[in-house]
Design a protein around this ligand. Structure first.
Ligand SMILES: Nc1ncnc2c1ncn2[C@@H]1O[C@H](COP(=O)(O)OP(=O)(O)O)[C@@H](O)[C@H]1O
Ligand SMILES: [Mg+2]
Length: 156
């Protein structure tokens, strides 16, 4: 995945900002959408996912899936929240059977997606997170495919 300039950059100055852009993503989401989150520990990937869940009208709290690698939550559309943090080898990810989610009817959000890029669909919304200050986070959006260009149009 070439890292040219992002289509859209969102500057967050506090967790509530990251949550609010997540809510917009959740509201714009459609069945089958795949959202890949890339960034360091503490960058706000789970925080954004909490917003997405809120936008999908999911009542249960979103936690870092530390012990389980995949959490399925039901809302307006099901949310599949996957975290590849603890996995170190692509073969471990292959055995998870994430294709079932990626090509399923829900929204798939994957934290640490860079650990398994070869397994990800070419059509996706990739978001890169950078910490810019204490509570500053820069979110760079890269839509791959027409669906995600449309989605970004709705979010911006
Ligand atoms: N602007 C911001 N956006 C998101 N989180 C922030 C922000 N500023 C500070 N934080 C803090 O950073 C941490 C982000 O944690 P988390 O979302 O779990 O990160 P990750 O999932 O990327 O490891 C939280 O403790 C949150 O309160
Ligand atoms: Mg996380």
């Amino acid at each position: 995945m070439a890292k040219n300039s992002p289509s859209f950059t969102f500057n967050s100055f506090k967790p509530a900002h990251t949550l609010s852009i997540g809510v917009k993503i959740g509201k714009a989401a459609r069945p089958g959408d795949v959202i890949l989150l890339i960034g360091n520990l503490g960058a706000g990937k789970t925080c954004l996912t909490q917003g997405i869940a809120r936008g999908l009208e999911i009542a249960e709290p979103v936690q870092s899936p530390t012990f389980v690698l995949v959490r399925e939550m039901s809302g307006r559309i099901p949310l599949y929240h996957i975290d590849l943090y603890r996995l170190s080898h692509i073969s471990e990810i292959e055995t998870l059977g994430i294709e079932e989610y990626l090509y399923g009817e829900g929204i798939t959000v994957i934290e640490w997606a860079d650990k398994g890029l070869d397994l990800m669909p070419v059509s996706n919304l990739t978001i890169h997170f950078k910490t810019t200050a204490d509570t500053g986070r820069q979110l760079d959006f890269y839509p791959y495919g027409a669906r995600y260009i449309d989605m970004l149009g709705e979010i911006k």
